[in-house]
Ligand binder design. Structure first.
Ligand SMILES: Cc1ncc(COP(=O)(O)O)c(C=O)c1O
Length: 426
């Protein structure tokens, strides 16, 4: 369950009043509800109705150990994009065979780590990468499991933000559709590789199953044709990627994540591929709604043309508004349940960039001391930076109606020390 407001006007997440969390941990602070994330994962697993599948959680959405471990305990695998994320996934108890590794420029060191761990699949994103994976597998004396991430070249213009659309033919991602046959030949012809999957991921935050399904249809069609030609005998799975959207505002209705899964399964059945496992790679949809970013109001500013609320969280803490023009709801942590008497305020952060702007939000005439930026559980902390000499935000993890874990807040002296000593003799 995402945030709710109790009868006395307190904003509550995971059974805990967020004002109490802010009093305990300070601000800016991300707060996550681990129980709700587990429930989200269970709902997605159930959508497979017992058919062979894997929910490979896209660790990039939120790589906090407590979250990855919670999802691993629910049977999820991991979709990783770096050697460091591999370490997190393994350290959180994700079995190696449940890890798939995407990324267009995996280094030799990263490939070596993946080969050594014996992960479920290294998902190759170009024909050129195949020889590199083969060389690393040969050097390790191991047969690497490989899948081919195909770029289905579907034009999903307008279906999601241009920066998070990856399935068009100008994107750096994936093996171009007309090179998939060649990629299959190369992997199948190698003693050091085993072709186990054909995959795609065409973008993030789809608010409708249509575009997701259009890409899945292309993927399944290619697999069917290749099989018809006697290829893909070792294939174990097809993977339609992540990208299930979430409702970032009250007026948007987004299909629940299991609806994407059910639609993809239906398409898989229609293509005659039900003997293969179906993998999905959701990130955002498992965690976004179950995290908030708490911030303190530092001050207000009014002029003849504007009215601003300045908070202590900025684009360095949550970059989505600046990067994707995303609009996250911002609400008082304590306050009336109704919006009566609220005024439109422009909420901005402390960073010296005009894009450090969370947009316009209805807030009381006298702004509250604390606000919560909602639906901040995905691509929040993982994209945070220390720009402008700011500290990384703290993270607090809730389970069973109480704080189950938290990270430490660094002090400005630590940043200053690191920068002061950069390039200077100790
Ligand atoms: C290859 C791949 N899989 C899965 C995801 C997760 O997408 P989402 O968080 O929208 O579900 C991404 C996101 O960028 C991705 O690049």
């Amino acid at each position: 369950m995402p945030v709710s407001r109790d009868p006395s006007g307190h904003l509550v997440l995971g059974g805990v009043r967020l004002a109490a969390v802010a009093a305990h941990a300070g601000t800016p602070t991300y707060v996550y509800d681990l129980d709700a994330i587990a429930v989200e994962a269970r709902a997605m697993q159930a959508a497979f109705d017992g058919a062979a599948h894997m929910v490979a959680y896209a660790v990039k959405a939120n790589s906090a150990g407590a979250i990855v471990a919670t999802l691993a305990a629910e049977g999820c695998g991991a979709d990783i994009v770096s050697g460091a994320e591999l370490l997190v996934a393994l350290g959180c108890g994700v079995p190696p065979e449940k890890i798939v590794y995407n990324g267009v420029a995996k280094t030799d060191d990263e490939l070596d780590r993946a080969v050594a761990a014996g992960i479920g699949a290294i998902q190759t994103e170009s024909v050129e990468e195949i020889g590199r994976i083969e060389a690393r597998a040969r050097a390790a004396g191991k047969r690497a499991r490989v899948s081919i991430r195909m770029n289905p070249a579907v034009d999903l213009d307008g279906a999601t933000h241009a920066h998070i659309a990856t399935g068009h033919d100008r994107a750096k991602f994936g093996v171009p559709r007309d090179q998939v046959g060649r990629a299959v030949e190369l992997v199948e012809g190698s003693q050091d590789l085993r072709l186990v999957g054909i995959t795609s991921h065409v973008g993030s935050h789809f608010t409708d199953v249509g575009p997701y399904l259009a890409a899945a249809r292309v993927l399944f069609g290619v697999v069917k044709d290749l099989r018809g030609g006697g290829r893909l005998r070792s294939l174990e799975y097809v993977d339609t990627g992540g990208g299930f959207g979430v409702a970032y505002s009250d007026d948007v209705v987004v299909p629940p994540p299991p609806a994407f899964v059910r639609a993809a399964r239906e398409e898989q059945r229609a293509a005659g591929l039900s003997d293969l496992a179906l993998y999905v790679e959701p990130g955002r949809s498992l965690v976004a709604a179950h995290g908030v970013l708490l911030a303190r109001v530092v001050q207000t500013k009014t002029s003849s043309v504007g009215r601003w609320v300045m908070i202590d969280a900025g684009m360095n803490d949550l970059i989505r508004p600046a990067l994707y023009q995303a609009h996250h709801r911002i609400v008082p942590v304590e306050g009336p349940a109704t919006r009566e008497g609220f005024l439109p305020w422009r909420v901005v952060g402390p960073v010296c960039e005009s894009s450090d702007d969370f947009g316009e939000h209805p807030l009381p005439r006298d702004p509250p001391a604390l606000v919560a930026v909602l639906d901040a559980g995905a691509y929040g902390y993982t994209m945070a930076s220390r720009y402008n000499g700011r500290q990384l935000p703290v993270e607090v993890f809730l389970r069973g109606g109480r704080i189950a874990g938290e990270t430490k807040r660094l002090v400005p002296e630590e940043w200053a020390h690191e920068r002061l000593s950069a390039g200077r003799e100790a």
